[in-house]
Design a protein around this ligand. Sequence first.
Ligand code: CTP
Length: 397
Amino acid sequence: MKPLTNKHILLGVSGSISAYKAPDIIRRLQDLGAKVQVILTQGGAKFITEHALQSISQNQVHSNLWDKKAELAMGHIQLAKWADLILIAPTSANTLANIASGKACDLLSSVILASAAPLIIAPAMNQQMFKSNAVSGNLKTIASRNITIISPDDGAQACGDIGPGRLADANNIAAIVAQQFHTTELTGKNILITLGASVEAIDPVRYISNHSSGKMGMALVNNCIELGASVTCIYANIQTELNQRASNIQALSAKKMHKAVMENISKQDIFISCAAVADFSPKNIAKDKIKKNADDLKLILKPNPDILQDVCKLPKKPLTIGFAAETKNPLENAKLKLKNKGCDAIILNDVSGADFGLNVDENEVVFLSQNYQQKIAKTSKQKIAKKILEIFIRKFL
Ligand code: CTP
């Protein structure tokens, strides 16, 4: 299990010789699933290069509060909002003093003030500095603000002294960061979700599609991410915003969606098929715009592949949830789909009324599995998604 899946950790690296251990800390956080961005203070840059931190974190390193380009987009505020947690390792005596006195004198101290994210500091300095009244006083002030302090280790120091002040072990630091987040049955699970209305071209300007907005699927994406899953979102035409924490792949037609799903399915633990996929598409797509000179226009349609059914036929199939959009005999038809498609659960969506189902913000559904049935009363799609996942976790995980 990777307890930091989807989590954004902002690592502050300040001026201590142990800054050379920062790449190891980044690696340990990444091993646990985190995405890491780094703020390097002026002092930190004396001990570790921006290049090293950039290569390991795979992100641009931030160091300048007065960077004109970044600040045009309010760079320090964006960073402050991006972070789910701020870790400062190593925390030098100077950075410690900045935090204790609430200064905003550089990028790191400004981001700390501008962020609502929890803060963890791992001090590292010479043992005599660590024992000094000033540092002890600053640590006391910081502890009273609900900031987690990872005590330094005791031992031989780079300067030749022996005592407390060595940066805590990278594995311990990463484990303490992970403890700040709650884990769920979905933490670290790989989940693929399809959503939106498929688009089948007739000619260069016209297409066949449907009223699905993708909102139900996106509510599932958001909830799975909230519960710690690593989500691949394969979307067709949608009227809703993408979640940037998912790996997003656009696939407009049924054929393209089928290909994208099959290319990504082998590593998935769960597949949620929420897309409204066209069952048929034009046999031939006209190269040029079709002209209205004929009395009748005949479109020949050919069947599309059934993505959900094909996933369920795989020898190593993931757990699967399908959706059944029905206007007539809803329960009977949904039960039939559950059986015929071979999925583990199906969510019945009665789309006969205009109030819920397609292209609206609320829904009312029935969760169905082989020997279980539960109605989820009309509410927002976000709440429906949460409930679907709760039932699914209880029944299958
Ligand atoms: N589905 C799919 N590929 C298709 C058609 C549907 O993966 N070519 C999936 C949908 O994402 C949904 C489930 O199958 O999870 C049921 O879709 P629905 O449109 O309700 O039913 P169909 O299988 O298309 O059958 P019918 O149109 O006859 O109701």
